[in-house]
Every structure is written in C-alpha cells, then in structure tokens.
Design a protein around this ligand. Structure first.
Ligand SMILES: Cc1cc2nc3c(=O)[nH]c(=O)nc-3n(C[C@H](O)[C@H](O)[C@H](O)COP(=O)(O)O)c2cc1C
Length: 69
C-alpha cells in the first residue's frame, strides 16, 4: 500500500470478501487449499466525495525507529 502511494495511487483493504470466499471460488476456481482472504481496491481517491476521515495517531506514538549504527 505504501508502494502504491509512492506511485500516486490509493488503496483500500477489504477483508469482508473472506465471508464470501465460496461465492468468489465459483468464479475464480482457486486451488483447493486456497481461499480468497483479503481483497484490495486500487485506484485514485475521489477528492470531491465528502467522506469522514479516520484520524491518525502521531508517528512517534506508533512507530519505533531502530538505528543499527
Ligand atoms: C486488513 C484490513 C482489512 C480491512 N477490511 C475491510 C473491510 O472488509 N471492509 C471495510 O469497510 N473496511 C475494511 N478495512 C478498513 C479499510 O481498508 C480502511 O482502513 C478504512 O476504510 C480506513 O481508511 P484509512 O485506513 O485510509 O483511514 C480493512 C483494513 C485492514 C487493514
């Protein structure tokens, strides 16, 4: 998803697809040992849509950078 951002694209993970893995399998016919577990929409964000935004915790609250030097 970070690489997509680097290319100017947006993405949205959708694990809800796992609930419908049997229906998806009817179309995609995956090998027996595999199911669709998580989907991802990829595209460009529509900035004209007035959708609520999820806030972000500050980086220093969620990430620890380890310096090997
Ligand atoms: C692994 C994973 C699975 C997700 N599955 C769903 C989903 O099935 N349906 C959904 O509405 N949002 C799902 N989400 C949430 C959205 O992908 C997204 O994180 C959310 O809309 C908030 O957007 P933001 O992360 O840009 O703030 C999932 C998020 C993650 C990380």
């Amino acid at each position: 998803m970070l690489l997509l951002r680097a290319e100017g694209l947006h993405s949205c993970t959708q694990m809800a697809w796992a609930k419908y893995h049997r229906s998806v399998a009817e179309i995609l016919s995956p090998p027996d040992e595999l199911i669709l577990f998580c989907g991802m929409s990829i595209g460009f964000e529509d900035l004209t849509v007035n959708a609520p935004r999820t806030g972000r915790a500050p980086l220093e609250e969620t990430v620890t950078f380890v310096d090997d030097d």
